[in-house]
Write a protein that binds this ligand. Structure first.
Ligand SMILES: Nc1ncnc2c1ncn2[C@@H]1O[C@H](COP(=O)(O)OP(=O)(O)OP(=O)(O)O)[C@@H](O)[C@H]1O
Length: 292
């Protein structure tokens, strides 16, 4: 298995807050790796450092493949883009200095890979979040790319769109790309990723199985008055999804460890939350590869 790049002893601190402490791991060719961890654990920070968007305080990201190209896709998706996918990708490609002919060929190829040929002339502003997410990934792939870095690509998508994007990512892996992504819902990763890296306490460790990733976690769905603060429960829940309901309340889907579930439920009820659903998250017994 060929090593694409090595993250070596990376540390990062914001003012007095240490986010990453001497982190090392490798990314190999043709694999999909997920980076998981609680809100605020440093996932986006690490992706931005690897993607060259921000600098680390110390350590290095060493590229093992000559002229390794990394495509970075941030969490935000475009909202009011009046262009069609073709127009948008063409403009972005021109800005990057790609000549017209290879650019048009690349766009045609990407529209096909991402199953977007039928939508090529529709304005992006009318697209679903899943389709917008695809446009962002296509944009990152306009130039030659070996490693794609995707910050929360599956979040906010309905199950069908998640499934569709998962299939596309798997087909990219088959075509030889490597992908490093973050994801909140570990159960979504079972059919997608080869390895899971967990950031906890400023450190990264590789989980040895999917069951370790989702082991003994419960999911709680609850409704919550928007004027109330969640601060006292935030330390032991991980927010997966949040939406505003017609009545002005927030509906949250969160993950909580089994041992913290009673504590979380009690705190939520004391804060006038209404519990709508509590269910264990499935685990799968498959083992990961063990290289690190
Ligand atoms: N530019 C910044 N300046 C100061 N603090 C920052 C900055 N960016 C991130 N942080 C802090 O660093 C910590 C890690 O943030 P980061 O966004 O990397 O976490 P995350 O794991 O991606 O979180 P989430 O799952 O909520 O997206 C957080 O406490 C955050 O508030």
């Amino acid at each position: 298995m060929n090593t694409l790049m090595e993250v070596q002893n990376i540390s990062k601190q914001y003012k007095t807050k240490k986010v990453l402490d001497n982190i090392s791991f490798s990314i190999y060719g043709e694999e999909i790796v997920a980076l998981v961890g609680k809100n605020g654990s440093g996932k986006s920070t690490l992706l931005k450092i690897i993607g060259g968007i921000i600098d680390s305080d110390s350590g290095a990201v060493t590229r093992h493949v000559q002229s390794l190209k990394i495509g970075y896709v941030p969490e935000i998706t475009p909202s009011h883009v009046l262009f069609t996918p073709e127009e948008y990708l063409f403009h972005m490609g021109k800005i990057s200095g790609i000549p017209r002919k290879p650019l048009q060929e690349k766009i045609d190829q990407l529209l096909e890979i991402f199953n977007m040929l039928e939508a090529r002339s529709t304005r992006i502003t009318h697209f679903s979040k899943g389709m917008k997410q695809k446009i962002m990934i296509m944009q990152a792939m306009l130039e030659e790319t070996h490693l794609l870095i995707l910050d929360e690509p599956l979040s906010g998508l309905d199950p069908r769109a998640q499934n569709e994007l998962e299939k596309t990512l798997l087909s990219l892996k088959e075509k030889g790309y490597s992908i490093l992504l973050t994801c909140h819902e570990t159960k979504l990763l079972e059919n997608l990723v080869d390895r899971i890296l967990l950031i906890e306490g400023s450190q990264v460790k590789q989980l040895e199985s999917f069951s370790e990733a989702s082991n003994q976690n419960n999911q709680i769905v609850f409704e919550f008055p928007s004027h109330k603060s969640l601060d006292s429960v935030l330390s032991f829940i991980q927010i997966n999804q949040m939406r505003t309901l017609n009545n002005g309340n927030q509906e949250l889907t969160v993950t909580v460890k089994s041992r913290d579930t009673d504590k979380a439920l009690l705190a939520l009820l004391q804060h006038e939350a209404s519990i709508k659903e509590l269910m264990p998250l499935n685990s799968k017994k498959e083992q990961f590869h063990t290289h690190f």
